[in-house]
Structure formats: structure tokens, C-alpha cells
Write a protein that binds this ligand. Structure first.
Ligand code: ACO
Length: 330
């Protein structure tokens, strides 16, 4: 491994055209209200794919924007990694391979998916970083893309109000020394599998009755997820600050997975972050799983300055979680 510094060369995002507000959900007959949803989650709206739209469609459009933002062309990409748990195909091929084809990359570059639920972007960033550091690849397209709307029961108000669809992309490559990704730590605790899950795999194969009973949709114990999330967030921020010998006052921005505004508010108060350090766009997009961190990076890209220290902090089903420290290089 050499001492190359690896960072973000370009960013892009794409969300579907169809916007669904909380009031739209009420109009569709769901027993909920804008007040209930906003007060408990911070969500006002989310974007939902059309019937024929897929995860790779969103990822492809986000990828084109990231490539342009990096002032590169698709010919410069030499690896594609997609963080997703809602692939185009249930088993195979990977969504990354589909994206390669959509981008018309005819060279046989590696393309694969990473399944770490809402932590996928942190995991994927780290994998790409290490491939670039090792000298094997130069410009890696890293995507977080999920279409949760096709995996939730739209009559279950305890889950359907939370999620939205989207894709975020970054091009990772070499940056000037001492910038880019300075630190990463990834974690998992598989004992929490049952608190947030979607059945239909080898544990409970998709039978006709199983699907009729809607057993394949996302199931969540919201209270346990909340407790677990705030615990692992605390742990990962502490690890990062201790390992990097930094204080919270050194951090310009904190970008967490956009699961829920209450989780973000809890973390802000517990850690004593200043309000403007904690970035959020959950009001617009809801929880977009692996896409949520790159969607925030793209939305706030204009306000980042070279040298800003930015914490990325993901957490999700598994339980999995991860933390990255980036020194902004663009
Ligand atoms: N509208 C109106 N009422 C609702 C809704 C809704 N959308 N959903 C649930 N309720 C009702 C329940 O039926 C219940 O009614 P009851 O008292 O008559 O039985 C009542 O509200 C309270 O339900 P709880 O589940 O206890 O609600 P809670 O206050 O815990 O809020 C929430 C639920 C927002 C999900 C909360 O548990 C939470 O923030 N959990 C964190 C989980 C999370 O953020 N998940 C995101 C995905 S996971 C991830 O990304 C890692």
C-alpha cells in the first residue's frame, strides 16, 4: 500500500420526478397526518420511482452528473461499486454491471454491489479508497442507490412514511497529499438482524402465500432501531475523534445517514454539535438508505470549502455502521 491520498473528484445525485408529500399520503387513504410524520421524523416529502423505473436508472443518472462534475468522461472510470440492498434483479446480475452497460462502458472493468443497507455508502467508499491506494485502479465510480418504495407495504403507516428513492454518486480518485479520506472505521453487529429486516431470502423463500401476506416487505421495530442507532453513532464519533486526535470544534460538518430527524437532533444535543455543523435534507427526500449520505454531499457541495473536515456517519440494518473523516479537497 502506498501513501496516495484518495478523495472525492466529483459528485452527482438523481431522485425520481414524482414527489409525494405527507399530505399526498393522507389523500391516498393512509391513516396519518403531516403533523405526525414531520414531528417524529422531520420528513415533509419523498421522491418515488415510476412503475418501470429501477435502481440502475437512478444510479446511471447520478453517475453521469458525478463524471461531469469531476471533469472526466466515462472512459476514465476503471471500477464501479454500487451500495444497494434494492438491486434491479433479486439475485443477479449486480446493479453495478447494469450501470456499466447503461454508461456504455464496453471495457471489462470490475463492477459489483455491496450490501450493507443504509451503511452501504461508508463501506463502499472504503473499498474504493483501498483499491485506489493499492494502485490497482485510478478513478472509481462509487454509488449509493436504493428504491425502497418497491419494498414497502404502502398500507403500513409505521414504515411507508419513512422512505424515499434516490441515488448519489461520487468519483473517487487521487487528490493532493493530506486531503481526501483521512480515516475510516466500519462495524457490524449481526445479533440485531431481526429489528430491521426484509424477509424473502433463503431463510424464508418467496412463496405465493408469503407474498400474499406481504411478509417480504420491510419490517422494523422503530424504538429498538432508535436505541441501537444512537448507541452506535456515539461509539463511532468517539472512535474517530480519539483515533484522529481531534475535537468536535475541528469538524466543519457532520453528515449522518438521513434516517430520522429525531436521531439527528439527539446526536446533535448529546455531542454538543453546533446547529450549523449538522447537515440534513431529510425533509425533502425522506430516508433513501444507501443514497442518503451522497445526497447530502451533493446538496451542500456548494458550501464546502477546501480543507473542511467532514464526518460521514452511516448506520443501518445488520446492524452495520461506519464512519469516515474527509478533508475536503475540491
Ligand atoms: N401516522 C400516525 N400514527 C402512526 C404512524 C403514522 N405514520 N405510525 C405509527 N403510528 C402510531 C402507532 O400505531 C402508535 O399508535 P398506538 O399508540 O395507538 O398503538 C403510535 O403512533 C406510536 O407508535 P410508535 O411506533 O410507538 O411511534 P414512535 O413514537 O416510536 O415513532 C418512529 C415511530 C418515528 C419510527 C420512531 O420509533 C423512530 O424514530 N424510530 C427510529 C427508526 C428509524 O428512524 N427508522 C428509519 C429506517 S432505519 C435506518 O435507516 C437505519
Amino acid at each position: 500500500m502506498n501513501n496516495k491520498s484518495v478523495g472525492i473528484l466529483g459528485i452527482g445525485k438523481y431522485v425520481p420526478e414524482k414527489k409525494v408529500t405527507n399530505d399526498d399520503l393522507v389523500s391516498m387513504g393512509l391513516d396519518t397526518s403531516d403533523e405526525w410524520i414531520f414531528e417524529r421524523t422531520g420528513i415533509r416529502s419523498r421522491y418515488i420511482v415510476s412503475e418501470n423505473e429501477t435502481t440502475s436508472d437512478l444510479a446511471y443518472k447520478a453517475a453521469l452528473k458525478a463524471v461531469k462534475d469531476a471533469s472526466l468522461t466515462v472512459d476514465d472510470i476503471d471500477m464501479i461499486i454500487v451500495a444497494t440492498t434494492t438491486p434491479d434483479y433479486r439475485l443477479f446480475p449486480s446493479t453495478a454491471a447494469v450501470v456499466q452497460n447503461l454508461l456504455k462502458i464496453n471495457r471489462p472493468i470490475p463492477a459489483f454491489d455491496v450490501a450493507a443497507a443504509c451503511s452501504g455508502f461508508s463501506y463502499t467508499l472504503s473499498i474504493a479508497e483501498n483499491y485506489i491506494k493499492s494502485g490497482h485502479y485510478k478513478n472509481v465510480l462509487v454509488l449509493g442507490a436504493d428504491v425502497l418504495s418497491k419494498n414497502i407495504d404502502w398500507t403500513d403507516r409505521t414504515t411507508c412514511v419513512l422512505f424515499g428513492d434516490g441515488a448519489g454518486a461520487v468519483i473517487l480518485g487521487e487528490v493532493e497529499p493530506e486531503y481526501g479520506i483521512l480515516y475510516t472505521k466500519l462495524y457490524a453487529d449481526g445479533s440485531c438482524a431481526e429489528i430491521l429486516k426484509a424477509d424473502g431470502g433463503t431463510k424464508s423463500p418467496l412463496t405465493e402465500g408469503f407474498v400474499r401476506d406481504k411478509s417480504h416487505f420491510i419490517k422494523m421495530n422503530g424504538r429498538l432501531v432508535f436505541k441501537e442507532a444512537v448507541k452506535v453513532i456515539d461509539m463511532s464519533i468517539k472512535d474517530l475523534l480519539d483515533d484522529c486526535c481531534l475535537n468536535l470544534s475541528d469538524i466543519s460538518y457532520y453528515v449522518a445517514h438521513q434516517a430520522n430527524m429525531r436521531i439527528l437532533d439527539y446526536v446533535r444535543q448529546k455531542q454538543a454539535f453546533k446547529t450549523n455543523q449538522v447537515l440534513s435534507n431529510i425533509d425533502k427526500y425522506g430516508n433513501t438508505s444507501a443514497a442518503s449520505i451522497p445526497l447530502v454531499l451533493d446538496d451542500f457541495n456548494h458550501q464546502f470549502k477546501k480543507g473542511d473536515y467532514i464526518i460521514l456517519n452511516a448506520f443501518g440494518a445488520g446492524f452495520t455502521w461506519g464512519v469516515n473523516l474527509i478533508r475536503w479537497s475540491k
